[in-house]
Write a new protein. Structure first.
Length: 202
C-alpha cells in the first residue's frame, strides 16, 4: 500500500509539472514578435497661391506672372533671362524663361531649336499640349508632362519679332512623391496658361 501511495504522489508531481510546461508553451506561442514598421514620409503641405497676376518688371514684353512669385532677371546681348520662383513651393522649383529677339530670317530656326529642346526635356513621355494665339497675336504652345518629368511644364510664344520660351524645373531627385508634386504642376500650368493668353508687346 505504501508503494501505491508513493506512485500517486509521483504522478501528481509529474502531472503538475506537465501542466506548468504546457502553460509556458502556450504563453510562449502567443507572444508576438515586435517588428519596427517604417513610418510613411510626410511631405509639407503646399499652399497654392491665389489666381492674382501682375506684370513682370524689366522684360521686353507684357508678361504677367502670379503676384506671389519672385523674379530674378539678367541680360546679355539683348537676350533676357527671367527666373520665377514661388516661396511656398518645393525648394529648387523654378520657371526659367528666355526672351530672344528674332528677325524674319532666323525666327524659324530659333523656334525649331526651342521646340526640339521641349521634346528632349519631356523624354518621350506622354504630354498634354495646348495651342493658342495670345491677345498680342503671338502663337503659343504649352506642354504638361506628368510622368515624373523634371520639366513638367514648358511653353513657347513667338512672332516675327521675339521668341519667348520657358520651362518649370523640379528637383525630382529630392524624392518628392508624385501626389505631392501634382498640385504644384497644376498651379504652374494654370499660371503659365494665363501668361500666354495675355502676353503682348508693350
Amino acid at each position: 500500500m505504501r508503494v501505491l501511495r508513493l506512485g500517486r504522489a509521483v504522478a501528481r508531481r509529474y502531472c503538475g509539472a506537465g501542466v506548468a510546461i504546457a502553460i509556458m508553451l502556450v504563453l510562449t506561442g502567443c507572444r508576438r514578435e515586435e517588428r519596427a514598421v517604417p513610418r510613411p514620409v510626410a511631405f509639407p503641405r503646399i499652399e497654392i497661391p491665389a489666381e492674382r497676376y501682375v506684370a513682370a518688371d524689366s522684360v521686353p514684353m507684357h508678361f504677367e506672372i502670379n503676384a506671389s512669385a519672385s523674379t530674378e532677371r539678367r541680360e546679355q546681348n539683348e537676350t533676357v533671362w527671367l527666373t520665377i520662383t514661388y516661396p511656398g513651393y518645393f525648394p529648387g522649383t523654378a520657371i526659367y524663361c528666355t526672351f530672344t529677339p528674332v528677325t524674319s530670317e532666323n525666327v524659324d530656326e530659333v523656334i525649331a531649336n526651342r521646340t526640339e529642346r521641349m521634346a528632349l526635356n519631356s523624354g518621350g513621355a506622354d504630354s498634354e499640349m495646348t495651342r493658342l494665339t495670345s491677345q498680342g497675336g503671338l502663337g503659343c504652345t504649352m506642354t504638361v508632362t506628368r510622368a515624373g518629368s523634371a520639366t513638367p511644364v514648358q511653353f513657347i510664344a513667338a512672332d516675327n519679332r521675339i521668341v519667348v520660351s520657358g520651362a518649370m524645373y523640379i528637383d525630382v531627385d529630392a524624392g518628392f512623391a508624385p501626389d505631392s508634386i501634382a498640385p504644384v504642376v497644376d498651379a504652374v500650368s494654370r499660371d503659365m496658361l494665363h501668361t500666354l493668353k495675355n502676353i503682348r508687346h508693350d
